[in-house]
Write a protein that binds this ligand. Structure first.
Ligand code: 13P
Length: 353
């Protein structure tokens, strides 16, 4: 482990008001999203879609790093250039999802434990060789009748910390992602309580496992009411509850917090991140950044529909969402930025697919 290098990479991932693009959907998740839009669920379709993303001109204006999946890190552009090289040449840091998915937690119906620790040291060595500089591991915590249990929270926190320690040993910056899910009727207060408990447990485990906080990034959920909670909350309430929760539970040594979008629309995710930065940016010990998948990609995927003829328009939509999220980091996002989306040309010449 070279602590300086880890700190430099972690710092670079949240520098210049940029954020991360999560494009690490597993094949089943990617196929599910394709199926909804009638796009063929083939390796070639997934490759073509990812080529669209990594060749979006000037993506690095707003994106510091891109998270890949095991299939993706081995794929190439049509002209034979590996995606990792295309991303690196574009000025974006490549990362890799290394967990192997959330499985049923024994004895705890409705709860999950993320797997992937067995053989992880060897897999990390291979990913580093392929050019990855950071990694991601996602734990999922559901809120419902009697859950989450301590067992679920502690098992997932332990696995996240063991993964993070292995990453730093190998020279990869770990993104530590404990996601409290939005699904359900729970209130914002319940989400806040669970998120705080999860974060405290995760940081306790990170300390126990000797993880260097300066060389990692936290990728959490925002504090939100459940999707079907009758009481939805304003931007300011969400921003205040999220920041209070994180101030209580997240050490100041961390360089950045890069939120996941979790199923919020692109506009809502931008607006909520913006509200946090407008009100609190100058008082935060860490950068409040983004690491969105759906909130950046979804409009582009819907425009693309698997058709080559739609690639340019899809890339414009992707670039636009990333631009909105960078503006949100500065507290400069406005609803007016969403007007006329799809019509604007962005200024840089387009790389051909
Ligand atoms: P969403 O932003 O779509 O929640 O995805 C982020 C992610 O990387 C999930 O692990």
């Amino acid at each position: 482990m070279n602590p300086r290098k880890l700190i430099d990479t972690a710092t670079a991932l949240v520098a210049d008001d940029k954020g991360l693009l999560a494009m690490d959907e597993s094949n089943p998740t990617c196929n599910k999203r394709f199926a909804k839009l009638g796009i063929p669920q083939t390796e070639e379709a997934r490759r073509a879609y990812r080529e669209l993303i990594v060749t979006t001109p000037s993506l690095k204006d707003s994106i510091s790093g891109a998270i890949l999946y095991d299939e993706t890190i081995r794929q190439k552009k049509k002209d034979g250039t590996p995606f990792v090289k295309a991303i690196t040449d574009a000025g974006i840091i490549p990362g890799i999802k290394v967990d192997t998915g959330a499985k049923a937690l024994a004895g705890h119906p409705g709860e999950k434990i993320t797997e992937g620790l067995d053989g992880l040291r060897d897999r990390l060595a291979e990913y580093i060789q392929m050019g990855a500089r950071f990694a991601k591991w996602r734990a999922v915590i559901a809120i419902g009748g009697g859950i989450p249990s301590r067992s679920c929270i502690e098992s997932n926190a332990n696995a996240l910390a063991r993964y993070a320690a292995l990453c730093q040993e190998a020279g990869l910056v770990p993104l530590v992602e404990p996601e409290v899910l939005m699904n359900g009727e729970h209130t914002l207060e319940q989400c806040s309580k669970v998120t705080e408990e999860v974060l405290r447990t995760v940081f306790n485990q990170l300390y126990t496992q000797g993880v260097m906080l300066e060389g990692m990034i936290l990728k959490p959920n925002m504090v939100l009411p459940g999707l079907t909670c009758p009481k939805q909350e304003s931007m300011d309430v969400v921003a205040g509850a999220t920041v209070s929760c994180f101030l209580r539970a997240v050490p100041a040594a961390l360089p950045g917090i890069a939120f996941l979008s979790g199923g919020q629309s692109g506009e809502l995710a931008s607006a909520r991140l913006n509200a946090m930065n407008v009100k609190f940016k100058s008082r935060m010990p860490w950068a409040l950044a983004f690491s969105f998948a759906r909130a950046i990609q979804q409009p582009a995927l819907e425009i693309w529909q698997g058709q080559q003829v739609n690639v340019l328009a899809a890339q414009r939509a992707l670039y636009h969402r990333a631009t909105c999220d960078r503006a949100a980091r500065r507290g400069e996002y406005t609803a007016a930025m969403e007007l006329g989306v799809g019509q604007q040309e962005h200024h840089v010449a387009h790389a051909s697919l």
